[in-house]
Design a binder for this molecule. Structure first.
Ligand SMILES: [Zn+2]
Length: 210
């Protein structure tokens, strides 16, 4: 049986968070009112890694071959770390305090999976990325944990936001100058919300007509 490959097209993932850890949390979405996990197997995780610029497509396929020998599933540790991060960010969004256990889990990943630091240029400036050899898929958690730590320690958390579409659970760090970003993306939720409000306005003005 031919194994799955990491697809070069990662467009099904929502890489809209302005932070790697938020993009990782955003692999759990809501679609037609039902929760949907976009990481169904290890190939999805590799494809997400390509989309998030953690891996090149070639590197992802080489790694995926080795990873799949051990398990086709996403390691439990990856999924539980996503749950931990999701809990941290959603607690912050609700104004709740973040538990010491959650912070310890982030520290633990940072300490367990050591890597080397690389500085890169981004369209808006520079970023620091922790790189590893990724022979174990769980090593991808290191740069994710690093991004979470950077966000928690260095970002203005007032601009951590959840998409305003009540049916959408995506979260992002609003880095716009005006800090008035409302949607995960205009295409996914912004236009839909605009169309809905246009429709409501049309309905109201239609009813007023004699
Ligand atoms: Zn949205």
């Amino acid at each position: 049986m031919k194994g799955r490959t990491a697809e070069p097209d990662a467009s099904r993932f929502f890489l809209i968070g302005n932070n790697l850890a938020l993009d990782f949390v955003n692999t759990e979405i809501v679609c037609d009112g039902a929760p949907l996990d976009l990481l169904t197997d290890i190939a999805d995780f590799a494809t997400w890694g390509v989309g998030a610029s953690l891996l090149t497509a070639t590197q992802a396929n080489t790694l995926l071959h080795a990873w799949s020998q051990r398990s086709k599933g996403v390691p439990q540790q990856v999924l539980s770390f996503r749950k931990t991060l999701s809990g941290i960010f959603r607690d912050l969004l609700r104004g709740n305090s973040v538990s010491a256990e959650s912070l310890a889990a982030v520290s633990e990943v940072l300490n367990r999976h050591k890597g080397r630091v690389e500085l890169r240029k981004t369209p808006s400036g520079f970023e620091k990325r922790l790189q590893a050899d990724y022979t174990d898929p769980r090593q991808l958690l290191a740069p994710i944990a690093e991004a979470a730590a950077d966000l928690l320690c260095g970002a203005d958390l007032r601009y951590l936001r959840r998409c305003e579409n009540p049916k959408c659970v995506l979260i992002f760090h609003d880095t716009t100058k005006s800090h008035r970003r409302r949607w995960c993306s205009m295409a996914a939720c912004g236009n839909r919300a605009k169309a809905a409000s246009f429709y409501r306005r049309q309905q109201r003005s239609g009813r007023r007509r004699p």
